[in-house]
Design a binder for this molecule. Structure first.
Ligand code: GLN
Length: 482
């Protein structure tokens, strides 16, 4: 027994030590994750590029220190998860330095100080925290504001509604779905300066300094370079210029759109490129994952009608497990969970990006349903046919191929078409891991111009047209096969 434990330790030791002794060599490129809408720190301008204090700052520091960066904007909560899972090297997103976060993040020097503050509609009568009793307060998931609200909930008796991004939160406030929001003071004040009809009746509460962060213990050189770069930019006045650009004059902002985005036509004109690229990702996701799902699904479907019990059991387990896990959780597990686990034991960053993770999740999900379609199709062919054929001395494989499958396929076809439509719609679910497909593209645009009614209508029509066209095509194929 003792020997076994010793052997185990000997095997595990190199694996764990690999995880601890991370090389602090400079990488050829650092992936920096950020929020999707958090003006004036990070937001999209009217030409659909991400700008803001944080974007300008990290770019200027990378230039000053001579390192390469690639920026992704999955949203605050997703950016935090990405850094923890090793999908990204650093996060800059108006992030507050809190004691709790210090346990899992290493922070740079501070570049800003922010409070959290309550925002309500201009017409609201809420004037103190006490007035929030039984009201609903919106907050972004994973933020310091959320911690503040949770800590004070029992004292003031409000309900908390959590949002994945700022756009949907402010939208809900505007439509009256929630009574107030809790967000960083500069962000709320900025949106008011941009014409949002909001007010901040109560003074803010400090939530800490704002800084850049990396996962605790990894990429220490990145923090060093950030600090050095920040000091240089402060010394040469460039840092102040960046702050002034977004804070002093409300000019260079989100709303300086060249095209009027209050009409459907204007929205399309200004965003068609972005929408088409989102549509491309959606189609690629749906088509690739469905192709893979058909292969896996047919294999497990054949297993499920196999004369061998072990194959039937394997297929049953696969279908039950995958069908029993919500697609969103499956995607999050593949994109954040597994890489986090692998990184914690090997110290290696995951090579899986959001597209690959989304494709895997969608493929597995659809495969489970396709396996059931295949099983149903085969079982719908009367058993007598298999028995008759076998009694004539024809092998199982041949009977399947020549007699059962041709009939079963015809029965399965409509279900396949159906499953494809579902797969295409399911692509919207994997936007949760920050994948910028069509739905996420729409949300990002709304984050900039608050045109949720028109933008969601545009998205609905996009999906409707695509799905109608594809089903027509599939029906035609189906006829031909028949
Ligand atoms: N400063 C807040 C925090 O760190 C909010 C950050 C954000 O929403 N991007 O929690």
């Amino acid at each position: 027994m003792k020997k076994k434990i010793l052997a185990c330790l000997l095997i595990l030791f190199p694996i764990f030590s690999l995880g601890i002794a991370k090389a602090d060599t400079v990488k050829s490129k650092y992936i920096i994750a950020s929020d999707s809408s958090f003006a004036p720190f990070v937001f999209q301008n009217s030409s659909n590029e991400y700008t803001g204090i944080d974007m300008d700052l990290i770019k200027a520091i990378a230039k000053d220190q001579g390192f390469e960066i690639e920026i992704t904007n999955p949203g605050f909560d997703a950016a935090i998860s990405a850094v923890q899972a090793g999908q990204a090297d650093g996060i800059i997103a108006g992030m507050s330095v809190t004691d709790a976060r210090k346990a899992t993040f290493d922070f740079s020097d501070s570049y800003y100080t922010a409070n959290t503050i309550l925002g309500v509609k201009e017409s609201s009568t809420i004037a103190s925290y006490e007035d929030l009793k039984d009201k609903t307060v919106g907050v972004k998931n994973g933020t310091a504001s959320q911690t503040f609200l949770t800590e004070n909930q029992s004292k003031y008796g409000y309900k908390i509604k959590t949002f994945a991004d700022g756009a949907s939160m402010y939208d809900s406030l505007n439509t009256g779905a929630i009574d107030a929001v809790m967000d960083d003071e500069p962000v709320l004040k900025y949106s008011i300066s941009q014409g949002q009809k909001l007010k901040t009746p109560i003074a803010g509460t400090p939530i800490g300094e704002t800084a850049f962060a990396v996962k605790k213990g990894s990429n220490p050189e990145l923090i060093q370079m950030f600090n050095k770069g920040l000091a240089n930019l402060k010394a040469n006045g460039e840092f102040q210029k960046i702050l002034d650009k977004y804070l002093a004059s409300g000019e260079t902002t989100a709303s300086t759109s060249t095209v009027d985005e209050t009409t459907i036509w204007g929205l399309l004109q200004n965003n068609y490129k972005q929408l088409l690229s989102g549509l491309g990702i959606t189609l690629a996701l749906a088509l690739i994952s469905f192709a893979i799902a058909i292969v896996i699904g047919i294999i497990f479907g054949m297993f499920s009608v196999s004369p061998y019990k072990s194959l039937r059991v394997i297929s049953e387990i696969f279908v039950d497990v995958i069908r029993g896990i919500p697609l969103m959780i499956l995607a999050a597990f593949i994109f954040w969970g597994i890489p986090n686990f692998i990184e914690s034991i090997t110290g290696q960053q995951s090579p899986i990006n959001d597209f690959v993770a989304g494709t895997i999740a969608l493929s597995l999900n659809a495969a489970a349903y396709i396996a059931e379609i295949v099983r149903g199709g085969i079982q719908a062919v009367p058993v007598g046919q298999m028995e008759a054929s076998r009694s004539l001395g024809i092998s199982y494989g041949k009977t399947m191929r020549k007699i059962i499958l041709p009939q079963a396929t015809k029965l399965m076809l409509p279900n396949f078409v159906n499953q494809f439509v579902i797969a295409l719609k399911d692509t919207t679910i994997v936007s949760a891991i920050g994948l910028v497909e069509l739905f996420q593209t729409g949300k990002i645009i709304i984050a900039r111009n608050y045109q949720s009614f028109k933008m969601y209508a545009i998205l609905a029509i996009f999906y409707l047209v695509i799905i109608t066209l594809l089903t027509r095509l599939a029906k035609r194929l189906e006829k031909r096969i028949r």
